[in-house]
Design a protein around this ligand. Structure first.
Ligand SMILES: [Zn+2]
Length: 243
């Protein structure tokens, strides 16, 4: 019998022969909801949980020595956080917060690592995922250096739209500004222009895509390149510069 889907692409990639082991781990885990801005993991503290989003998006933030924190990577239902093999559980290198509200599997990190240790196929799959993340991080940097803000905004809206399975996006202009590493006023100007062109519609922190084709045309090539990526999972890079 086909196991019931968990809603997270990585967990759902686990084949039925390994599924019993996963079920044991899931029995000791829980599904939690998170809001935009919810602190899920502090940096430089022990890692207790691995996160597997079902809905919404979480952000991995880099915290500078002066306290400024900047979103650097986003992870949705196709990815995971603190799930790589051989991760150092003593000290998290990233601060993890909710970006778009949603829900996720919260699996005890020790139990997840034990599962990886006991299963080479699963360990290899997570190693491929981490390689994918590394490649995507490099492309994110290239995108930030070469593509204009408006086409990056469109790219981001497409990524978020994919992650939310076409549902309206619950995100403010300030939230988008954080993703892009620009001022809120810049996002407001660009969003107004997209709304005037009939591409999006927004009010009170809720954005609907009203012309998907036009949004794809206005996006930089990065969204398309990730859609063509052969991996079964994806995550979206965030700008690596503060406001
Ligand atoms: Zn780009």
């Amino acid at each position: 019998m086909q196991p019931a889907p968990t809603g997270n692409s990585i967990l759902d990639c686990i084949t039925s022969s390994e599924r019993d082991l996963l079920t044991e781990v899931l029995d000791r885990s829980d599904v939690i909801s998170f809001a935009s801005g919810t602190l899920l993991q502090k940096d430089n503290t022990p890692i207790e949980f691995s996160f597997f989003p079902i809905h919404g998006v979480v952000a991995l933030e880099w915290v500078f020595d002066d306290g400024l924190n900047v979103s650097t990577l986003g992870v949705g239902r196709h990815g995971a956080v603190n799930a790589e093999p051989e991760i150092d559980l003593h000290s998290a290198t990233a601060r993890v917060t909710g970006q778009l509200p949603g829900s996720m599997w919260r699996i005890p990190a020790l139990a997840w690592q034990k599962l990886l240790t006991e299963n080479s196929a699963l360990r290899m799959m997570l190693a491929r995922y981490m390689n994918f993340m590394l490649t995507r991080s490099r492309q994110a940097l290239a995108c930030y250096m070469k593509h204009d803000v408006e086409s990056r905004l469109c790219c981001w809206l497409l990524d978020l739209y994919d992650w939310q399975a076409g549902m309206p996006l619950t995100i403010t202009h300030q939230g988008l500004a954080r993703l892009l590493g620009v001022r809120r006023t810049t996002v407001t100007l660009m969003a107004r222009s997209l709304q005037d062109a009939g591409i999006i519609s927004y009010r009170r922190g809720r954005i609907e895509i009203t012309d998907l084709y036009a949004l794809q045309q206005a996006s930089c090539v990065c969204h398309k390149s990730w859609r063509d990526w052969p991996a079964q999972w994806s995550s979206s890079p965030l700008a690596a510069v503060g406001e």
